[in-house]
Every structure is written in C-alpha cells, then in structure tokens.
Ligand binder design. Structure first.
Ligand code: 5AD
Ligand code: FES
Length: 358
C-alpha cells in the first residue's frame, strides 16, 4: 500500500470509502499532490470536452420563496427585500435575447414560489421548448413531488438543478428549519434521475458547521448519485440571514473540491460559479483551471438582478447579458479555453467507474 492510497484510488477510478475522502483532505496543503490532482482533473476535462466551456443562460424568474434556509438571502422570512416575479412573456423575452446571444441552454431558477403552480410551470416549459427546440431547458425550482417532476419532464424539461447542500444529517439541521428534510431532498434527486433528467446536485463550500467529515459525506453521496452536473460554490454570508456574521467559505478549498469532483465524475458538467467570482475577481478563471467547464451568465432583466440576492456583493448584477457574455468570453480565453454556443450535454463516453473495492 502506498502512502498516498486515497489519491491512487481516486485517480484509478476505484470506489472511494468515507475514510478515503477524509484522507484526501489531508493532502490539501501538499503542493505536490495538489499538482498531481489538478493535472489529472485537467486531463480528464480535456479528454471529454476539449477546450470547450459551455454557457447556460440563467433566468432568475422569482425571488419569492416559501422556504427559510438559514443561509439564503431570499428566504421567505426576509422582509427586507423587494419581491418580484417574471411573467411568462418576460421569461420568453429573456430567452429571445439569450438565443440571439448564442445561448443554447436556459436555466429557469427561482425560489419555491407557490404562484407558479405545476400547470403554470408546464405551460412555460412547453412554450420555451416550442420556440427553441434546439435548446436544453434546465429547471432549478426546488423540492417537488415525483408527479410534478414527471409533468415538467413531459412538458419538455431536460435537466434539473437541486443542490443537496450537505449530505450530513446533523449539518443539514444546522442549515435548515425543521420542516425541511435531507431525506426528501435526496428523494427528489433520485426521482429526477429515474425520470430521465440530467441532474445536478452540489453544495456550498464553507457553510457554517461544515467539516472535513461532512464534505467526505458529500463526496460519498455524489459518488453514489452520479449526477451529470455538480454545483459547487463558496458560502457567502448575506446580511439579512441568521448567518450574517459567519465567515465566507474558502476559494482555495472550493478549487480543491472542483478538482476532486472532476476526477470522481470525469464527464461531469461543472460550473465555475458566480459565488466563486464574487469572492475572488479571478475566481471563475481559477475554477476553470481547477476542472470546471461551465459558466452561467445572468439573463434576468437588469431591473431584477440585484433583487435575486442569495448572498452579499453578488457580481454581474449591473451588466446587460451581452456585456456579461463578452466579459466572460475574454476571461475564458485568457484561461486558455473557448466559450461555445452549444447545448452542452454531458458527454456519453464516460467509462463506468470500477465498483470493486480494493
Ligand atoms: N452563499 C452561497 N451560496 C448560496 N446559496 C444560497 N445561499 C447562499 C449563500 N449565502 C446557493 C445554495 C442554493 C443555490 C441556488 O444558491 O446552494 O442551492
Ligand atoms: Fe429559498 Fe433558500 S430560502 S432556496
């Protein structure tokens, strides 16, 4: 057994145990191991996606939310923000502008807003897919019943983002009020997978109460679920939440996790998140160089951008979509990659991971 057993196991695509992931975090400060892991992540990324970086046009269509996650700026109990909803027409206008700019994936993201009943959502989905049949449509609208997910899928939705936030029960309780359950969140993700969605899970890095143990649990869960997408961004405190006084997550640790997730799930679609760019002006470029291959510029109307404030000091809230895209294009090029105008589905050529443990 070599003294870098967990690193060898990860790189040779063997099934990782909880203790293996914990061991990996022990190499966080080890520059030699970090270099090896980053090299492997970039090699895999290149093997499956070349130099391409995919874009997703993010449409934040409602900041109403019935939930009260302790970390989130748009939590229902926050009475200090101005709430807004986009009409179907406004959403379609965002798509129109997005399509013109070259976006071939639209992401409808919102709080859990009861105004958008299943029927209303299905109508919006159908219309977008009818107008833009060559585009992928991603939903990010929280926990729903299997029946609702089935309806949205039938209406034409292709992908679904639902970060699990933390796979550790005790940590989950620290971040969420009593009426939310990790078990239900996981049920949602498994249902979405079974219904044929490309699914995205993920977590904030550095959320209050997070530890190496909870992160190991997250990686174990990702290994089991095998989502096609993983959303990973640093936690950033929002002034109107219970965690206002908590420190932000670490950019460096986020980069390390991007690298680990790229190796764990080689064909994963992995965004360099806005939160990463908010904490560090070069954060998204660093994300790409750590293994990420997706960026998600904002297509929401300018007048609503600042109102979708999940955390403080969010970037890109003052730019038109076209400006944002131009800026990102330059940043992506500077990092040695190329922004492409494609749907950007997960590569199907992934070889399945060996399921035999050592
Ligand atoms: N900091 C960073 N990310 C956050 N999110 C919510 N609140 C914050 C915050 N304060 C993330 C959650 C959610 C996604 C839409 O945004 O992970 O799933
Ligand atoms: Fe709605 Fe957090 S309060 S996602």
């Amino acid at each position: 057994m070599s003294n870098k057993n967990a690193v060898d196991k990860l790189i040779s695509h063997q099934t990782m145990a909880r203790e293996d992931f914990i061991e990996l975090f022990g190499y966080y400060q080890n520059q030699e191991v970090r270099k090896l892991l980053t090299g492997e992540a970039l090699r895999l990324r290149k093997q499956y996606y070349g130099n391409k970086v995919f874009t997703r046009g993010l449409i934040e269509f409602t900041n109403y939310c019935k939930n009260n996650c302790y970390y989130c700026g748009i939590r229902g109990a926050n009475s200090h923000i101005i709430r807004y909803r986009l009409s179907q027409e406004e959403i379609l206008t965002c798509c129109q502008e997005g399509y013109r700019l070259g976006f071939r994936t639209f992401v409808l993201q919102g709080g859990e807003d009861p105004f958008y009943t299943d029927e209303r959502m299905a109508a919006i989905i159908r219309e977008i897919k009818q107008c833009y049949p060559d585009c992928a449509l991603t939903l990010s609208i929280g926990e729903k019943s299997r029946e609702s997910y089935r309806l949205f899928r039938k209406a034409g939705a292709d992908r679904y983002l639902l970060r699990h936030e933390t796979a550790d029960e005790v940590h989950y309780r620290l971040l969420h009020p009593d009426n939310m359950r990790l078990e239900n969140r996981k049920r949602c993700l498994w249902d979405l997978k079974a219904l044929g969605y490309q699914v995205g899970a993920g977590m904030m890095v550095g959320s209050p109460g997070q530890s190496i143990r909870t992160l190991a649990e997250d990686l174990l869960f990702l290994q089991e679920l095998k989502p096609q997408m993983v959303g990973l961004g640093p936690f950033i405190p929002h002034h109107d939440t219970c965690f206002a006084g908590e420190p932000a997550g670490s950019v460096e640790l986020t980069l390390f996790l991007l690298t680990l997730v790229r190796i764990l799930l080689p064909t994963v679609l992995l965004p360099a998140t806005t939160a990463l760019g908010t904490l560090d002006p070069g954060g998204r470029e660093k994300g790409l160089m750590a293994g990420a291959n997706v960026v998600m510029p904002n297509l929401s109307p300018l007048k609503n951008r600042k109102q979708y404030e999940l955390y403080d000091h969010k970037i890109c809230t003052g730019e038109e979509a076209a400006e944002c895209l131009g800026c990102l294009d330059q940043r992506v090029n500077a990092a040695g990659f190329t922004l492409v105008s494609e749907r950007g589905d997960a590569s199907h050529t992934q070889t399945s991971r060996c399921i035999v443990s050592e």
